[in-house]
Design a protein around this ligand. Structure first.
Ligand code: EAX
Length: 363
């Protein structure tokens, strides 16, 4: 708690210094950081000594996620930070704020748009509801949209992805590129789930995302929207029966395997993630600093995807060794069971975008 308070104090001090300095960026200044760095170094035993970047950096980006330091998001941010420190000769760095300490993904997206938080890695969960201009992101949340991660990269790194990223223009958020959350699988505390009908009547936590909720309703479950930071305790208390997330989020990001004895590798959704920065913060950088940041974001994307892909394999192995019962499924059965979601007009799926995606995926 002491560490948390000191970080909060440090941030408040830094914010007041920035305000005094009249800078338009929310990035903290170096003066306040060393105290936090020292504090965090003292926590080396807790494995959290990677939360703060190099203490001598004069430009510090405050980046939030909903996950632990061991997650693919934060390991990707550390890879991004290493590139940024190297290419800026230590001038720029990233300080990580873990496990929803800055709020849920919707809160953090709002904070980045207002310039009170510098950076964020978020799933697409909150994006369709974030603004009218990003409502069309819901197309990415459709079940079984991408048969492989490679087809997802082809779409996300191409014309469709760029069109979606550009949708943030004017919202206060600059979306720097698509990182990876992974294929979302169902976990629960009651029984093995092999067939869609096994989900009947189960209370499954989903993100606050109407396409995901419609999908679990279609499967006969009762979807319960909830922020990531509340999921572990809700599962522990039994107020929900299960949830759905990639292996990396379940095992490395939130230790949900400790309260979920059953997992089904049904891979219902390919879940992209997005690296975002406050437009005000970005505009406060020089042209050279902006170019370095964009270059490192692009290179960081490749590294982060590799990290997540690795965790999808190692996470399953670790969960099996922990004693989790993992069920494989006949995916054709699940694709058929979720297909009606594509015809649900209430979801407002952008038909043109869907056609462009399916032209690439061949579906
Ligand atoms: O973005 O809320 C979720 O289930 C997300 O997958 C998680 O916060 C990582």
């Amino acid at each position: 708690m002491k560490k948390f308070i000191s970080l909060a104090l440090v941030s408040a001090m830094a914010a007041s210094m920035v305000a005094c300095g009249g800078s338009s960026t929310a990035a903290t200044t170096a003066a306040a950081a060393p105290a936090a760095a020292a504090e965090t170094k003292a926590d080396a035993a807790s494995g959290e000594d990677d939360t703060l970047g190099v203490s001598t950096a004069t430009i510090r980006f405050k980046a939030g996620t909903t996950n632990a330091i061991t997650s693919a998001y934060n390991q990707g941010l550390i890879a991004f930070r290493n590139l940024l420190e190297e290419k800026s000769n230590g001038e720029m760095t990233v300080d990580l704020y873990l496990s929803s300490s800055l709020g849920n993904e919707s809160d953090m997206l709002d904070a980045v748009s207002m310039g009170t938080q510098d950076m964020l890695v978020t799933s697409t969960g909150p994006i369709p509801a974030f603004s009218k201009a990003t409502a069309n992101w819901g197309v990415l949340d459709l079940p079984y949209l991408f048969p492989t991660a490679e087809t997802a990269y082809e779409v996300l790194d191409g014309e469709v992805g760029q069109q979606l990223l550009d949708g943030f223009n004017g919202t206060g958020v600059l979306a720097l590129g698509f990182w990876e959350n992974g294929y979302r699988c169902t976990t629960n505390s009651k029984k093995e789930i092999v067939h869609p009908a096994d989900l009947q009547g189960m209370k499954i936590r989903t993100m606050e995302n109407k396409v995901h909720m419609a999908t679990y309703t279609q499967l006969g479950a009762t979807p319960t929207a909830m922020a990531m930071g509340e999921v572990f305790s809700a599962l522990q208390q039994g107020t929900i029966d299960g949830q759905e997330n990639p292996f990396s989020i379940i095992y490395y990001g939130n230790k949900l395997h400790e309260v979920q004895p059953y997992m089904t590798e049904n891979n219902i959704f390919y879940s992209p993630a997005v690296l975002c920065i406050s437009q005000d913060v970005f505009d406060g950088l020089t042209a050279d600093q902006q170019a370095i940041l964009i270059e490192c974001a692009d290179q960081g994307k490749v590294k982060q995807r590799e990290i997540e892909q690795g965790m999808a394999v190692s996470g399953r192995k670790a969960m099996e060794e922990y004693g989790i019962i993992i069920s494989d499924v006949d995916q054709a059965e699940w694709i058929d069971a979720t297909a009606p979601v594509y015809d649900d007009a209430s979801l407002g799926i952008d038909a043109d975008l869907l056609a462009k995606v399916q032209a690439v995926t061949g579906k």
